[in-house]
Design a protein around this ligand. Structure first.
Ligand code: EPU
Length: 431
């Protein structure tokens, strides 16, 4: 039996109201869980979200011998007894983010083995930047029986100059962590500036690392030896993708919704896109309120073009929910997904719901709005498209079932309970 979500649509009515708090960021927590390898003492993490992806990483940590004391959202991690350097293929293949562990393990223990990491069905997801970077730091890379085997020189990884041909978030985080233990200076160029990277750097620097260039595209790291946290805790920043997803849902189906415990600055692109379409958004210190537009004529939003971009541009992880928004806006819109080549496959399900969308190749779709949606049985292909289906189902006329709840649980904690609190009719069922 697998879980699914059963949803009653609002037929376009803007009825949801109340406050929805944002949890800790999945994509900040995942690299944070790889930190214990860089420390000689205990690393404390706070505000870790309760997610399936995080559970998979906990299993990975246990298989690697990292001790983990957990109290709900607080983790105490210690790699003192860890010696295992093989990432379990069963876990690593389920989770692209497992690649984040390669750098810290290789830098600490001198070797690491791992399969080609898995993840969601959003594109090819190569690891060439990782393999090239490790070679530059002196590692030998062998591939045998579907596993990569990396070995550092006897004296350990050495600092290197690495220019990323493509801006990659997890590659930047992996090499940043590896460079903290490597001997000498590492220069990373064309580094993305996603807030999750900045948060990681600022915790490492607090614990004695020497990393300069935070929030720029060039990082300089002087490495050498394990760090000591000395009781410092890393509080995971609010999830900007959750924030953006709730903003889009609020604009489409909300009467008045406040998104609390968030960092509005990290949601700048989505706020400005929604405002340009006509949404009424008020930004406070750690909260954002969306109020339904008044009057009949102005009650429909205006279409705008959408192009995904590295931060601070419009996040690819919000492209699917925003596409749903554009199906409900008046006018025509081109959606251009620039980061991943497989991240528009889900639109066929929206078309079955009544959306007017033309497929224009792997990177583009053309939307004619506004087209009312009808409830359907849907299969979530990945967490972000899955959340977009929940939004589409809430906007639609009639009932929907979104299958493969696991894919959504990977990135959104108890989504049904949180949406019920703002009045959504959604429940978890076994299918
Ligand atoms: N790329 C390469 N070679 C590599 C690595 C990446 O060509 O060796 C390319 C990718 O194919 C892609 C581009 O670089 O075209 C950017 O991908 P990136 O490596 O930045 O993605 P990622 O680090 O694997 C993180 C997030 C993703 C998010 C992307 C883009 C984590 C754990 N994951 O992935 O989040 O979509 O950055 O912002 O931080 C999600 O949460 O749903 C998710 C997929």
């Amino acid at each position: 039996m697998k879980d699914a979500f059963s949803i009653k649509g609002l037929d376009g009515a803007r009825k949801l109201s109340g406050t929805i708090p944002v949890n800790g960021s999945k994509n900040a927590a995942l690299p944070a869980l790889a930190l214990p390898f860089l420390f000689s003492d205990t690393v404390i993490l706070e505000n870790v979200p309760v997610l399936e992806d995080i559970h998979r990483v906990e299993e990975l940590l246990a298989s690697l011998g990292v001790s983990c004391k957990k109290q709900k959202r607080r983790y105490e991690l210690m790699a003192h007894a860890a010696r295992q350097t093989v990432l379990s293929p069963d876990i690593a293949k389920r989770l692209r983010a497992s690649i984040l562990f390669t750098g810290p393990i290789l830098a600490r223990f001198g070797s690491v083995s791992f399969p080609h990491p898995g993840g969601c069905v959003i594109g090819e997801r190569p690891i060439d930047l990782f393999l090239e970077g490790f070679k530059k730091m002196g590692a030998r890379v062998d591939e045998k029986n579907g596993m990569y085997h990396l070995r550092a020189p006897k004296t350990g990884l050495r600092g290197a100059e690495i220019f990323f041909r493509t801006q990659s978030v997890t590659a930047a985080e992996t090499f940043l962590m590896a460079a903290v233990l490597a001997h000498g200076k590492t220069i990373l160029q064309n580094v993305p500036v996603e807030p999750e990277i900045g948060a990681l750097i600022s915790f490492l620097n607090r614990c004695g690392a020497s990393i300069s260039g935070a929030e720029t595209h060039r990082l300089e790291i002087i490495g050498g030896k394990p760090l000591r946290a000395r009781g410092a805790a890393y509080t995971i920043i609010p999830d900007r993708i959750e924030t953006g997803s709730f903003l889009i849902l609020a604009a489409l189906a909300g009467k008045k919704i406040t998104i609390s415990h968030c960092e509005p600055e990290h949601a700048g692109a989505v706020i400005e896109h929604l405002r340009a379409s006509g949404a009424d958004i008020a930004v406070g210190k750690n909260m954002i309120t969306v109020t339904a537009p008044k009057g009949k004529r102005s009650s429909f939003y205006k279409s705008i073009p959408l192009k995904t971009h590295e931060y601070p541009g419009f996040a690819t992880d919000l492209q699917a929910p925003m596409t749903v928004f554009l199906t409900q806006s008046e006018g025509e819109a081109l959606v251009f997904e620039t980061i991943f080549e497989g991240r528009l496959g889900y639109v066929h399900e929206l078309i079955r719901m009544g959306a007017k969308i033309q497929d224009m190749g792997p990177h583009r779709v053309y939307i004619q709005g506004r087209a009312p949606l009808r409830g359907r049985k849907l299969e979530s292909p990945d967490l972000r498209a899955g959340l977009a289906f929940i939004i589409a189902a809430l906007v639609a006329k009639g009932d929907s079932v979104v299958h493969n709840a696991y894919s959504i649980d990977r990135g959104y904690e108890h989504i049904e309970k949180r949406l019920q609190k703002i009045g959504a009719s959604i429940k978890r069922i076994s299918s």
